[in-house]
Ligand binder design. Sequence first.
Ligand code: NAP
Length: 349
Amino acid sequence: MHDNGTLTNGHPDLTAFDDVDFSEAEMRDVVVVGTGPAGWTAALYTARADLNPLIFMGPEPGGQLTTTTDVENYPGFPEGLMGPEMMDRFQEQAERFGTESRYGTVTHVDFRERPHRLLVDGETPIYAQTVIVSTGASARYLGLENEQRLIGKGVSACATCDGSFFRGETVAVVGGGDSAMEESTFLTKFAEKVYVLHRRDELRASKIMQQRAFDNDKIEFVWNTEVVDVLGEDAVEGIEVINNDTGETRVMDDVTGFFLAIGHTPNTDPFKGWMEMDENNYIQTEGATTYTNVPGVFACGDAQDDEYRQAVTAAGTGCKAAIDAERWLSEHGVAEAPAPDAERQPVEA
Ligand code: NAP
């Protein structure tokens, strides 16, 4: 086996499929994997194209927006709306046109041959003529108990989404990469003061982004510092930090907003070894399309975009994936399920 989970015969480990009987497996034209803005939009468009899409909700139905409060930057909603409500509306709209949604997570795939084989929760078999991967990415958090409890109540991993709630306040950003520089600079539009807390005394960010932050009077760098607790009952009322050089701890009680900028992880584990990905495991798509290296498999949303990561851009690529899948199906037609004991072959593009 290679480091990326690929077997020496060229495809990933398929032992999860060994005991699953595909002879009676449900066959679908379009299976959408993941229910953020990209997935629901892909479902909406394929439903309206009469493709009867089946969408799997995944481990976090609604995706990252369900951990946000007000969404004020989605066009068409001048008053803003709550993240969870927005995703409920996406779902309602997709289902109104015939999308079938189910709880469950696509855990394994076999992309050797059409129709593609999927396993839901490691056991339920599905055949899919086309697959739209919209599994999103997850922001990394420190994993502190109170940090998790206060997500949406002053703890956020998205300055673009939540920065404007901190007008005139003092906020802290954790991280030393380009995201931390970009988010802290953005937050100075609203906040009176922005601390950047970094665990080392040297930034990972590009020089130009560092300089922009250094030049900003509202930003104060706090070096060699890690956060050990987030304080407050229903809102952030401070943070406790440790200087990892001296071991000294202290409370920064002026902080009312706590932003994480320590990277994102795309939720692409089940597809590793099948699909071309970049060094951070984001799925690669061809040019301006949502085509992946696997024929009949399309990727959209944050699982393939580590640059823009907005609800509206994710919805846009979900729309593209639906149109790509629809055209691909009309060009290639549907494939019959193979006889249960037939050898599977690589798919031709
Ligand atoms: P990143 O470059 O991986 O930086 C993550 C930062 O978080 C690092 O400074 C890291 O510290 C810190 N960190 C990680 N885990 C931590 C933990 N548990 N506790 C405390 N600190 C932790 O991630 P990113 O800033 O999100 O950038 C990701 C990619 O997107 C990069 O390629 C970046 O260049 C790109 N990007 C570009 C732009 C732009 O050009 N406009 C904007 C944003 C992002 P260490 O340094 O000690 O490891």
